[in-house]
Design a protein around this ligand. Structure first.
Ligand SMILES: [Zn+2]
Length: 464
């Protein structure tokens, strides 16, 4: 029950944490890690993991039967305990067509009134609050529970097993945790979480100047599991390959961003290992994971996926459409027919791995350029994404790098006080980028889009 409290006070704790020396930060990271580890490796997690492994023998018929029953349970739970769904008709779900009688839920609706989506079956003290920035960059409050965190970890461990990785194997992580103070200019740019034998490397300090330190350290970690955002691992892979080097790692896990083929081959070459990619989201309503034969499988126990065209009709296999998720695992904040904004397609072929889990290819998710500071520091979309947690009154927010030493925070106002949000983002970005970059704010009525309606977070016009 510590996690809800801890999570709520993280922003405050971060300031305190940043003031500690590196060794003390290792200790604090490990204490924080211990709390997460107790959730992740609770007996319930491992029991659930065993059940998940049994599901891998399901036939297609069993997958379908499970999903229909889980949809029914999700709908019943939502209409009985969640204000937003109170007026939803009572449906008997026998086929996906039955579900289509319910309306689609837009991300904007959830963003504006997160409170409507909370189940009153989950007491306040058991709720963990998190934020997401998602495809459009607008902040959305998400609530979950420790039970969800355990289940979520079990799903991750199932994919680890597909890659031959056992629970608690040592790993090097490059996700968005702020593990080193922003102002730091000397190594270490990483911290140790002893309880999970994990090294957390900062994604905010990557630059040509710091590359030698990153690589020296990574060489000492060779042979471990490596995990991170594709754009971040691609920056690291560039450093390795530019030096005509390779740093063999055991296996690479990526998530949080699309992994396009050129990125994949670069990362696999630099780290001499296979990538296992996955697609998930902070709303915890769906999960797609790559198996050992390289196909992306829907996790059928996690959520139900519809892929719909512009007219909200199901697309044929091979045709791209919008992802619409109905989650099974987050009982604190159930999302029914949630159109998240990402796109993808069904791949109608059996996988050599023999699992009957449907094969899906996510195509468009957060796609973006990289911001390059004049002093050589590189910021991936995920490094800047976190600033958008301040963007609660903006409909969209993008970073336009229009001149070598200038970035424009391009804000599309939402409901209330756009100035406050835009100023906080500008200040946060200026702190992160330092005095060599000028940061400005500009208001606009619509976001900048690219082919296929993609809304990139970073638009780099300066290095093109
Ligand atoms: Zn497979």
């Amino acid at each position: 029950m510590i996690e809800p409290l801890l999570r709520a006070s993280l922003p405050h704790l971060q300031e305190v944490y940043d003031r500690f020396p590196a060794r003390a930060r290792d200790l604090l990271t490990s204490v924080r890690g211990l709390s997460l580890s107790r959730i992740r490796y609770a007996p319930d997690t491992l029991t659930f993991l065993r059940a998940l492994h049994r599901d891998e023998c399901w036939s297609i018929k069993q997958v379908k039967a499970f999903q229909m029953a889980a949809l029914q349970a999700a709908l019943d739970h939502a209409s009985a305990t969640v204000p937003f769904y109170e007026d939803y008709p009572h449906l008997e779900i026998r086929s996906p067509a039955d579900l289509r009688k319910l309306p689609l839920l837009r991300r904007e609706t959830v963003r504006q009134r997160p409170g409507w989506f909370l189940s009153h079956s989950i007491p306040k003290w058991n709720r963990i609050h998190a934020g997401t920035t998602g495809t459009t960059g607008a902040n959305l409050q998400v609530v979950y529970t420790e039970e969800l965190a355990r289940a979520n970890w079990a799903f991750q461990l199932r994919q680890w097993a597909w890659a031959g990785v056992a629970p608690r194997e040592p790993r090097v992580t490059l996700f968005g945790a702020r593990v080193v103070p922003p102002s730091r200019t000397k190594p270490p740019y990483w911290t140790h979480n002893i309880s999970e034998r994990q090294i957390l490397m900062s994604i905010f300090h990557l630059s040509e100047n710091t590359a030698p330190a990153y690589l020296d350290f990574l060489r000492t970690q060779s042979g471990k599991v490596l995990e991170g955002f594709p754009s971040v691992l691609s920056i690291l892979a560039d450093f390795v390959l530019q030096r005509e080097e390779q740093i063999p790692m055991r296996v690479v896990f990526t998530s949080g961003e699309p992994l396009y083929p050129p990125l994949r081959s670069k990362i696999e070459e630099a780290f001499q290992s296979r990538i296992f990619d996955s697609y998930g989201m902070t709303e915890y309503c769906g999960l797609i994971q790559e198996c050992e034969y390289g196909l992306m499988h829907l996790a059928p126990e996690y959520g139900f996926l519809e892929i719909l065209d512009e007219h909200d009709e199901p697309v044929a296999p091979g045709e791209e459409g919008y992802f619409v998720w109905t989650g099974f695992v987050n009982r604190a904040m159930p999302l029914i027919r949630y159109r998240i904004g990402d796109r993808g397609l069904w791949q109608n072929e059996p996988c050599e791995c023999g699992r009957a889990f449907p094969v899906v290819v996510p195509t468009i998710t957060r796609e973006s350029d990289i911001l390059r500071c004049p002093d050589g520091r590189l910021f991936s979309p995920r490094a800047l994404n976190q600033l958008l947690k301040q963007a609660d009154s903006l409909r969209f927010c993008q970073f336009v790098h229009d001149r070598p030493s200038r970035v424009v925070v391009r804000a599309v106002p939402g409901n209330s006080d756009p100035n406050g949000s835009a100023t906080r983002i500008r200040e946060g970005l200026a702190r992160l980028l330092g005095p060599s970059m000028q940061v400005m704010v500009e208001f606009a009525s619509e976001p900048l889009t690219r082919a296929g309606g993609k809304i990139p977070l970073i638009i780099n016009q300066a290095s093109q």
